[in-house]
Design a protein around this ligand. Sequence first.
Ligand code: SAM
Length: 270
Amino acid sequence: MRIDVVTIFPEYLEPLNVSLVGKARARGQLDVRVHDLREWTHDRHHTVDDTPYGGGPGMVMKPEPWGEALDAVLASGAAAPDGTAAPDGVADGAGAEGGAADAGPVLVVPTPSGRPFTQRLAVELAAKPWLVFTPARYEGIDRRVIDEYGDRLDVREVSVGDYVLAGGEAPVLVMVEAVARLLPGVLGNAESHRDDSFAPGAMDGLLEGPVYTKPPEWRGRGIPEVLLSGHHGRIARWRRDQALARTSANRPDLIEGSDPAALDKHDRAA
Ligand code: SAM
């Protein structure tokens, strides 16, 4: 997968060099390219913002640098006549949803006014060959930029939570890590994300219950007996009950939104 990030704070993305994402990059599973938006400014001060039309506090990011930056990023991944210059799957439109979005990346625009970033969306983005992120600062990016690229790309305006951060770089770190760990071969144990909180399938979108490791006793606290039983059926049942209890306590909305057909008769009794 290829990931491009355009930002006025390239150094903010340095954590993408460490841990899981850093290793995936070193192994060639992830091609991450961070670009400084100010490279596409033409004045002495490298200006990227201006006052908002209609008045009000704060500044708005100017459309011209964003337009030039995104055009350059898109051109760098455009298919050569033989298709070799495009990231995997882009030349033939794989991963795009058809129409105008066929030939390009998914453009992910972090904004508190976007749709919530969820595990479901992470799974969807992990299946795409190329993502471009546009973390903003100030009051955000001039709307015409999102409209302009929305005409030809699959554009997703995405929020990482119901709060307002100073910039979109931290949301990009969050989203890239959530997506990268789903890529084949990135996690040591391919099974592990299938049992994670929110995972569709085995977890039915529930929260994961508590986990334990050695020693069997720590500060007088033991391990739930069932986990030492070696009885796989009972352990699975216990884990499921813990997941249901934790989800009802912390995120009842997830239970209300779940498919009743996914609950078995033991779940109903739990
Ligand atoms: N005026 C904007 C509003 O109220 O929606 C907030 C702008 S915020 C100070 C600056 C930038 O930080 C946003 O354009 C976005 O890139 C990023 N950002 C802040 N909070 C975010 C969130 N919850 N999710 C995703 N991006 C966020």
